[in-house]
Write a protein of this length. Structure first.
Length: 86
């Protein structure tokens, strides 16, 4: 089977952590990426849940930006209850 070189960028700390984790499992990072590619190809999907974190939604970011602006202007400094999200 012909080999192909694949290059992509990632955070250096994440790369090192990935390599260390793979080593603990007796794998190289290349082998792990190959396993991932084979599973994606075989199943036609990402083999784990990929979900949007509602914290980063445009609506929430806008609300947070308004709250920061209000805080900096000395407005709306009342306490409130935190809302827990699963």
């Amino acid at each position: 089977m012909a080999q192909a070189l694949v290059n992509f960028r990632m955070d250096a700390d994440l790369k090192k952590a990935m390599e260390n984790t793979c080593k603990e499992m007796g794998l190289t990072a290349t082998a792990a990426y190959t396993l991932f590619a084979k599973k994606v190809t075989r199943e036609g999907r990402i083999p784990f849940a990929v979900e949007v974190d509602p914290f980063y939604s445009a609506e929430n970011r806008e609300r947070l930006e308004r709250a920061v602006a209000d805080m900096r202007a000395g407005r709306n400094m009342a306490e409130h209850e935190l809302i827990e999200v699963d």
